[in-house]
Design a protein around this ligand. Sequence first.
Ligand code: NAD
Ligand code: DAU
Length: 329
Amino acid sequence: MRVLVTGGAGFIGSHFVRLLAGGGASVVVLDKLTYAGNLANLEGIDHVFVHGDIADPAAVATAAAGCDAIVNFAAETHVDRSILGPAEFVHTDVLGTMCLLEAARESGARYVQVSTDEVYGDLEAGGRAREGDPLRPSSPYSAAKAGGDLQVLAYVRTYGVRASITRGANTYGPNQYPEKLVPLFVTNAFEGEPLPVYGDGKQVREWLHAEDHCAGVERVLHEGAPGEIYNIGGEDHENIEVTRRILELTGADPALVRHVEDRAGHDRRYAVDDSKLRALGWTPEHSFGEGGLSATVEWYHENRAWWEPIKSGVYRAYYEEQYANRLKA
Ligand code: NAD
Ligand code: DAU
């Protein structure tokens, strides 16, 4: 099988390329190499690399030629950046998705859209989102991802494209760009920098290891039905609990924790029901609380050469814009 993996130089996409290539598939990666794309994530993995934008039909045609399937991980993915500037999110997450669907429509390739549990919006305590629930995105990021999902469903119904959607929970693991909660707090803890907790820190997220996320996407690629959506869940924890655990695992000073101004439009809780994917045979192999987070902290400890160069240059400019006033207040 020849598979086009878009966004394959990013965090989860690179784990997926490793999984497919390890299983003997021939893999083509199409990636724009934005700030989040990193060729080091693909070192030692057999693949063909095409540098380009998923919203550019010519780049997509080159990369998709001869592929039996397209799996779309490419996206602008960080909620805080979407609040600072939403345009790129619409470009990639909506228009880019449409360009890939056009390629699948033309070639008849199988298509999997890697989406997010954030499209369901805030969940009441105790509730779990199911695949047929209404979309209530809160941020420009989740609104753009919801737009991508709707494009997919329209292409299934109107053109018969053989597409499925996955909606994964908050993902953690090696090779995650240090802007999201886990890699930001772990690397800041190692550097003796503040850990900026938004608001009271009692927001709940479900934590899913990147390898389990990829196993779920692979299961849907091979066994999911066209037109169907599959949630991929994780383990529920409050942000403040995750923060405390990171302090313990890194041995950092608890005084580094700073409660700062909350994120605009911040969702309190995400939670999904993933029984539909489990019925296809998927079960997670990593537990966040029992080994998953500690192994991830260990990875960042041993791979400073991966993340230290990232935390300079354009990263510093973003960090200042996002946190300087918050940390001063
Ligand atoms: P990431 O930000 O680490 O990587 C995104 C990759 O996409 C990068 O390699 C980047 O260069 C590439 N890219 C961005 N715009 C592109 C464009 N226009 N054309 C081609 N390539 C482009 O992302 P991630 O965290 O690995 O997320 C991957 C996918 O999984 C996304 O679709 C995201 O919405 C979804 N997702 C992520 C999480 C999470 O917690 N990280 C959870 C659920 C779903
Ligand atoms: O739920 C899936 C989503 O998970 C993915 O679709 C997104 O691509 C991914 O970025 C992630 O979104 P979140 O907004 O939940 O992740 P983030 O790591 O940015 O934040 C996790 C929680 O931690 C959230 O409640 C905000 C909080 N937070 C985050 C940062 C960066 C802080 O308190 N301080 C911070 O500095």
